[in-house]
Design a protein around this ligand. Structure first.
Ligand code: IZC
Ligand code: ZN
Length: 412
């Protein structure tokens, strides 16, 4: 006896397996027409032809619509104080992202607000974001710290992510990113800040088990590839796997480093060169691409097709943050994956489900609709997969099932 059966699915589209899809596997999406899904104890127990088997406590009629796995957003800066709309006139007058940061704005203005905002207010703000993300189909979210840049506020951010994971329907995965910028009090003393990270903050975060991953902003004027390697290796000793914000604005060696140290993922990669990509391919590093950031900063789009051709698994995420990507809408991100990276709907679906799940260590439990996996499922207001890449700009999610429970019903 199932707890829930979803019947009358017009098109079920899902990747399969628990490992990252690379090369031609990226487009291998399984499609079942006229399908149904049986769920027991929050886990998928049946996937196949529509049986019209009514042996379930609840039966949900998918009304011939598209069904896919819940979307996995593998890169966000979810917990932050304030917003940064004040940057708009600066940008209109020609200031770049790095110039705004160098003048003490950008990330540093968010650091100031995050330090000043109470834990409770930051928690509530992030909780509301998660509500809205879930309504847009996102069922698992990675969240980075990095707006504290001191022990107290980094821990505050990470503890908020831990509580959100316990309280909210969305599953959260935590990444420590204390190496996100050089705080004003360490301006011209970067060595001392690196020491603080390596000798005090990382050991504390590691001992408290507040993060599974450690990320770093490897970029001109922030951390060099050499400094990134030192910091990431300390974090590895404390059990945190490596991620790198690499080649977002300038290619200074981040992607090469990622492959060399077998980082689980490298993110952005807008300006990644061939050597960096080859290093990632040989290190088994997943590319987490963030097209909403390219869009919002009016920059180039990462060479996603070249990466797939080089057998790098490609994931796509939102980069939700108050500066370079103030949107968490994964549907918009999917549209950009098709329109700007030139990927097929199948390749993009893999990128926002199983590959993004693998990029945050969740490939065993989510990212596909298969027997044994957590029942994180979207019923779309769409008849087929192509349709959601074609109708951009509005929310096409009808219902969301999380761990087997109906948690969003947008038409109600
Ligand atoms: O707040 O600007 N790129 N970090 C690296 C960000 C964007 C977040 C921000
Ligand atoms: Zn980021």
């Amino acid at each position: 006896m199932y707890d829930l059966i979803i019947n009358n699915i017009g098109m079920l589209a899902t990747s399969s397996g628990v490992s990252p899809k690379k090369g031609s596997e990226q487009k291998d999406v399984k499609v079942i027409e006229n399908a149904s899904i049986g769920i027991k104890d929050g886990i998928v127990a049946y996937v196949g032809e529509c049986t019209h088997n009514k042996d379930a406590k609840t039966v949900l009629d998918a009304k011939k619509c598209l069904v896919t796995p819940g979307l996995v957003d593998a890169h966000t800066h979810l917990v932050f104080g304030g917003f940064r709309e004040y940057e708009i006139p600066l940008k209109l007058s020609g200031a770049s992202y790095l110039e705004i940061l160098a003048a003490g704005g950008g990330i540093l203005s968010t650091v100031k607000h995050t330090r000043e905002t109470s834990k409770n207010d930051l928690y509530n703000k992030a909780y509301n974001f998660l509500d809205d993300m879930l309504k847009h189909g996102t069922t698992t979210v990675e969240a980075k710290s990095g707006y504290g840049l001191n022990l107290e506020t980094e821990l505050k951010q990470l503890e908020i992510v831990k509580s959100l994971n316990e309280k909210h329907n969305v599953d959260l995965v935590s990444t420590f990113m204390g190496a996100h910028a050089i705080p004003l009090e360490y301006k011209d003393r970067k060595e001392d800040f690196i020491k603080l990270l390596c000798e005090e903050i990382i050991p504390k975060v590691g001992t408290l088990k507040l993060a599974e991953f450690c990320d770093i902003f490897c970029e001109t004027g922030i951390f060099t590839a050499e400094e990134s390697e030192v910091i990431l290796k300390v974090a590895q000793r404390y059990g945190m796997r490596s991620k790198i914000h690499a080649d977002e604005i300038n290619p200074i060696g981040g992607s090469s480093l990622a492959g060399r140290i077998k980082a689980i993922s490298a993110e952005h990669l807008i300006e990644a060169d061939r050597a960096g990509m080859e290093s990632m391919a040989s290190g088994g590093t997943i590319a987490v691409l963030l097209p909403a950031t390219s869009f919002y900063l009016a920059k180039n789009f990462a060479k996603a097709k070249e990466m797939i051709a080089l057998s790098i698994p490609v994931a796509i995420a939102s980069d939700f943050n108050p500066g370079s990507s103030p949107s968490f809408n994964m549907q918009f991100v999917m549209n950009l994956g098709y329109l700007k990276y030139g990927l097929t709907p199948e390749e993009v679906l893999t990128a926002v489900t199983i590959n993004s799940a693998c990029a945050i260590g969740r490939g065993e439990s989510v990212g596909t609709i298969e027997v044994g996996k957590q029942a994180d499922i979207i019923i779309w207001d769409a008849p087929n997969l192509n349709y959601i890449f074609y109708r951009f700009g509005n929310n096409l999610v009808d219902k969301v099932i999380k761990k087997g429970k109906l948690v969003v019903d947008n038409k109600k």
